[in-house]
Design a protein around this ligand. Structure first.
Ligand code: ZN
Length: 138
């Protein structure tokens, strides 16, 4: 009786979930590029588990088990390789850091043509030797 009730409850909950959820989620979520691979990986692992179980309970011949297991492992390897490839692809194009900004130009120096002393300000006469300062372009 309890089992029957739980069955009905389970069916009811499933029907509820299946019937309601698609309407709740009209827009598919943006999918991570790894998601379908993760799902495939999970499915393969599950198949492997099922396979081992069926083999253990004697549903499968040794040959069938080995063959299916090999197939699944091959598929798994492909999925893992695909994950790696995808990861590399994404990693190969990192957001390029902006090229180092050009160095802040050094503050203009005014150089005394007579003694070579540098001044930050455009002086009329050199503070060192007292001779007239000239601008380079003058
Ligand atoms: Zn000077």
């Amino acid at each position: 009786m309890i089992i029957a009730i739980s069955c009905i409850l389970t069916v009811g909950v499933l029907a509820y979930i299946l019937g309601v959820r698609p309407k709740d989620l009209p827009e598919p979520q943006p999918v991570s590029p790894f998601q379908h691979l993760d799902e495939r990986k999970a499915a393969i692992y599950e198949n492997l588990r099922d396979l081992q179980f069926e083999y253990r309970v004697g549903k499968l011949s040794d040959a069938d088990y080995q063959q299916t297991k090999k197939d699944l492992q091959k598929e798994l390897a492909q999925v893992l390789a695909e994950v790696d490839r995808l990861r590399e692809q994404l990693g190969a194009k990192p957001a390029k850091a902006a090229v180092a900004a050009p160095k802040a130009s050094e503050p203009v120096k005014y150089v005394c043509p007579s003694c070579g002393t540098q001044f930050d300000k455009d002086l009329k006469f050199c503070g060192e030797c007292g001779k007239p300062m000239r601008k380079a372009e003058a």
